[in-house]
Design a protein around this ligand. Structure first.
Ligand code: FES
Length: 628
């Protein structure tokens, strides 16, 4: 299944790349068509024909009595397909065709016999010059006469040998005479040659075949077919991703709300194509969520009609009895599925307007964002809490705006993409505590990693990208803080904080809260070990600050570890869980430790496995779901 998903994404990526390159090719040719078509409309057609100095030859009077019998001519000739009497230079000739093709420009085989004398006649340079002159009315004189064999630039379709008679007039006229029949094939000049360039571009006749029925056009037609086909598939994908939802196609339905005691608390209209979590949020009812609505945190619990379908995420968060009672995850069900809903906790749904006061890269892909609450109040929360941001529908970009020059090399492999995303909500942990002060926190600090797309077929992190591109002074709505992850109070066990990447936020918050408590109450002193992993030196967040704190507070010990350090790195190498494993026994008795985890999925899984193998009691492990 995973393999199918990966190959499907790769195929989509290939289709998009193909579509882009084909669009370039097709686009260039369309521009050429437009430009050359415009030229054809505006050009002087008389000039472009090349016949500026061409004149008709005067028909000759034939003395029928002097003509020799055609039968006599035929009897002396090699096999003939047809015989025709013609005039050349005021003299009658029999034109004998020995090999005939559909058109005169294709390969033919002729011979000429004088119709009075019966003498075979060959078109030589002198006669070719006279024939050309008889068709020419300009002031120029003949410069030269050249015998040529195909192919010819001026007459690309001609397949027979020709005489080229060149004049020294102001437009460099050339007259072409058929070597076999003496026929004036064409006049050409500089004006026609210039127009021919546009014909070549317009008909894609890059091989000078003199026809639009050429291989380039066939290849171009195939490319255009693929261009349409890949565009069609891409459009379907965008449609499935909800990119083409028009406002008038969005249906709404009434949703009635009840509290736990089955008391009606109102009803409102919600668009049917949103999930319940986002639908409620649009009406300022914010359910707790730390997974951003992907169904893993299990916090957006509501009660629906017991007949409502049960998703796999519902199964993993509710027991059979709860499912029978209609408990479901709001993020996993669409508004279209339900008509009424019971809120289990109506007290948390307060939205706050936050104003960005500071935004700064603290590693190549992670920003520290500082907000203040708009209004005359401060928020109170326990360290480790998170807030849920309401990201409005907007145009997103894959590479952050205002990216510092020195960080650009880290982003060079990311393709610049612009995309439209729908409104959604995303949760992020606070990186500071409110210090449990009476009036709450003055500012709210977040460390947010800008999530890049795994490939071009999926959108980059919509929430992280939107927040990290906010400009100072801009505002955004959020709910919370929600306190699902926090330090146990009244415990004197040694704290072991384990984190990686931007999972540092709630751990930093808890650490600062604990050390601050020590300042206020020395009896609250607990040993704290912090194992923090990153990829390279530039990804180690707040490293200097943590070392400073470890000097200031002897009970705090900081253990950074890098998985891909530079050669200068003298600290631990590897992964957080490996470093933890090597120190675990030395810290304290396992039952005297409390573990707090927050980081990428692999780190969380490996650490949980390690702690289970060590038989650490689950009650001593707290973790923050991390959805990167
Ligand atoms: S499970 Fe629904 S928001 Fe996390």
């Amino acid at each position: 299944m995973l393999l199918n998903k990966v190959s499907g994404a790769d195929l989509m990526l290939l289709i998009k790349k193909l579509h882009k390159w084909l669009s370039l090719l097709v686009g260039i040719q369309l521009l050429l068509w437009l430009g050359t078509g415009l030229f054809f409309n505006l050009m002087d057609h008389q000039k472009a024909s090349g016949n500026q100095y061409r004149q008709k030859t005067v028909p000759v009077h034939v003395d029928m009595a002097r003509l020799i019998e055609p039968q006599l001519v035929l009897s002396k000739s090699k096999p003939v397909v047809s015989l025709k009497q013609i005039s050349l230079l005021a003299q009658p000739y029999y034109l004998l065709t020995h090999q005939n093709t559909l058109y005169r420009h294709l390969k033919n085989n002729y011979s000429l016999v004088h119709a009075y004398s019966g003498e075979p006649t060959v078109i030589n340079d002198v006669m070719a010059g006279k024939l050309a002159q008889s068709s020419y009315k300009g002031q120029g004189v003949i410069k030269n006469i050249i015998k040529l064999s195909p192919p010819y630039d001026d007459i690309p379709r001609e397949k027979n040998d020709v005489w080229q008679i060149n004049y020294n007039d102001e437009v460099n006229t050339s007259v072409y005479v058929d070597v076999g029949s003496g026929r004036i094939i064409k006049h050409s000049n500089d004006d026609k040659r210039f127009a021919d360039i546009f014909f070549m571009l317009h008909f894609m006749d890059y091989g000078s075949e003199g026809s639009f029925n050429n291989v380039q056009i066939i290849v171009f037609a195939i490319f255009t077919l693929f261009f349409s086909f890949t565009g069609f598939i891409w459009a379907i994908e965008l449609g499935l991703n909800g990119q083409y939802k028009l406002s008038f196609t969005r249906k709404k339905r009434k949703l009635a709300l009840f509290d736990k005691d089955n008391q009606a608390i109102g009803s409102f209209e919600v668009t049917t194509n949103s999930n319940l979590l986002d639908g409620l949020a649009a009406h300022d009812i914010a359910l707790s969520s730390t997974c951003g609505g992907v169904g893993t945190c299990g916090q957006c619990k509501v009660q629906l009609n017991h007949n409502t379908k049960i998703t796999s995420a519902d199964h993993s968060h509710f027991n059979d009895e709860q499912l029978k009672q209609g408990f479901r995850l709001a993020c996993q069900h669409n508004v279209s599925e339900v008509g009424q809903l019971t809120l289990l906790d109506v007290t948390q749904a307060k939205k706050h307007l936050l104003e960005l006061t500071h935004s700064e890269f603290i590693s190549p892909f992670i920003k520290e964002l500082r907000f203040k609450v708009v209004g005359d109040y401060r928020l109170r929360f326990r360290a480790g809490a998170h807030m849920r941001f309401f990201i409005p529908a907007a145009r997103g970009v894959s590479i952050p705006q205002r990216l510092p020059e020195e960080l650009k090399p880290h982003w060079h492999h990311i393709e610049h993409l612009e995309y439209q995303h729908n409104a959604c909500s995303r949760s992020y942990s606070l990186a500071n505590g409110d210090g449990q002060s009476a009036d709450g926190a003055e500012e709210l600090v977040f460390t947010i990693k800008i999530q890049n797309a795994a490939n071009n077929s999926v959108l980059p992190g919509v929430g992280s990208s939107y927040l990290c591109n906010l400009a100072q002074g801009q505002t955004i709505e959020a709910v919370g803080p929600f306190e699902d992850f926090y330090a146990k109070s009244n415990s004197n066990k040694t704290m072991v904080l384990i984190g990686a990447g931007s999972g540092i936020a709630p751990l930093k918050s808890i650490l600062e809260e604990q050390l601050l408590n020590t300042d206020k109450d020395p009896l609250a002193k607990r040993s704290i070990y912090f194992f923090y992993g990153a990829r390279a030196e530039q990804d180690l967040l707040y490293c200097h600050e943590f070392f400073q704190l470890s000097k200031q507070y002897p009970q705090f010990k900081y253990f950074p570890v890098l998985s891909q350090p530079s050669g200068d790195w003298t600290g631990a190498r590897g992964y957080t869980q490996e470093l933890l494993n090597s120190h675990l026994e030395a810290i304290n008795q396992l039952n005297r430790l409390e573990f707090y985890l927050c980081g990428p999925a692999k780190m969380m899984t490996d650490t949980m496995k390690l702690l289970q193998e060590k038989h650490v009691d689950a009650s001593n492990i707290a973790f923050d779901q991390f959805t990167q």
